[in-house]
Write a protein that binds this ligand. Structure first.
Ligand SMILES: *Cc1c(COP(=O)(O)O)cnc(C)c1O
Length: 359
């Protein structure tokens, strides 16, 4: 059994079963005599791992046949550039600004063309999602981009925006595979794996066919979705180990009952924490109830001088990485798919005890 509960926002906790399987297969994968890390990425063993991972992801998410799945590198941060490079086509792109990560996406997109901020939650310190009816979209936008879950602020967009015919682009880094989504409503979905899927080093992009092949002349080869798609993400050496572990996580999710089942567990876990936060004056979560993230739960203590003692006590109880992002302070509990409900209950028990001692 594992000895700690890791509440890190990313790289983050992984299912114990997956780690145990990877450990068992570490020195000799399926009788190949090699570790997956040592395999040629074009050999038949690794190819079978790669193809299986894609098949399993397609099945889990119900990805339609007219979408490509790309296993890339460079993090979600590189997608902040690749999306505008490939999709802008000289037009204006609409962006919704709900926090730190959408801010970074907007800043990067401005390097490549005109950006219209269709909505911003800045007026209330990024603690809510502006109602979709108030978004001021451009007449002929290349696409609309939003961040499906603001990992730092703890704000999640639960309703998939309706953009008519305009391609919808979502940064799903910290909500990937936490609940079912209808992929057919999106033009492109991307996210880094290290939040809810696997190790750092892998970025997954799911993109509709018709959006490929529009990168301007002069686009570096590696940054052109069409070239990556034509090469089945094997233009150069892919992050083989990260793809292998992600594949094990996809199979683990299937064994959990798929995304609908994992969503129910995530709802239950988040409720344990938010119910307690709402019942106390000692801790506070600033986010509008309907928009509260199920994955990342920031909270502050009434007196910031208690932050350090709180973290030290948590560590003694083997609860790690609860310190909030440096930009917001306070605490943040990331409770991704792999965090068992026992971890959330242990956290709430500790919070209650700490309040009793210090309240
Ligand atoms: C972590 C994160 C990123 C940045 O991911 P990298 O893989 O480190 O580039 C972008 N967007 C969101 C929502 C994130 O949580």
């Amino acid at each position: 059994m594992r000895q700690v509960f890791n509440f890190s926002a990313g790289p983050a906790t992984l299912p114990e079963e997956v780690l145990a399987q990877a450990a068992a297969e570490m020195l000799d994968w399926h009788g190949s005599g090699q570790s997956v890390m040592e395999m040629s990425h074009r050999g038949k063993e690794y190819m079978s791992i790669h193809e299986q991972a894609e098949r399993d992801l397609r099945e889990l998410m119900g990805i339609p046949a007219n979408y490509k799945v790309l296993f890339l590198q460079g993090g979600a941060t590189l997608q902040f550039a690749m999306v505008p490079i490939n999709l802008m086509r000289g037009k204006t792109a609409d962006y919704v600004h709900t926090g730190e990560w959408s801010k970074k996406a907007i800043k990067e997109a401005r390097l490549f063309g005109a950006v219209n901020v269709a909505a911003s939650a800045e007026d209330r310190s990024f603690t809510y999602v502006p109602a979709q009816s108030t978004w001021k979209r451009s007449a002929d936008a290349a696409y609309l981009h939003y961040c499906a879950n603001e990992t730092i602020g703890g704000v999640e967009v639960f309703q998939t925006p309706d953009t008519g015919g305009v391609p919808l682009v979502a940064d799903v880094s910290s909500t990937f595979l936490s609940r079912p989504i209808d992929v057919s409503k999106f033009g492109l979905i991307y996210g880094g794996a290290q939040k809810n899927i696997g190790p750092a080093g892998l970025t997954i992009v799911i993109v509709r066919d018709d959006l490929l092949g529009h990168a301007p002349k002069g686009t570096p080869t590696m940054l052109d979705y069409k070239v990556q798609a034509d090469a089945d993400s094997m233009l150069n050496t892919p992050p083989t180990w990260a793809i292998y572990i992600a594949g094990l996580v996809f199979q683990w999710l299937e064994r959990q009952g798929g995304l609908a089942a994992i969503e129910q567990r995530n709802i239950e876990k988040a409720k344990v924490l938010y119910d307690y936060l709402d019942a106390t004056q000692f801790y506070r979560n600033p986010v509008e109830r309907a928009d509260r993230s199920r994955m990342n739960v920031p909270f502050t203590l009434r007196d910031p001088a208690l932050d350090e003692p709180f973290l030290a006590g948590a560590k003694e109880r083997r609860m790690l990485q609860l310190k909030g992002h440096r930009s917001v302070g306070g605490m943040r509990a990331s409770i991704y798919n792999a965090m068992p409900i026992e971890g959330v209950r242990a956290l709430v028990d500790y919070m209650r005890e700490f309040e009793k001692r210090n309240g």
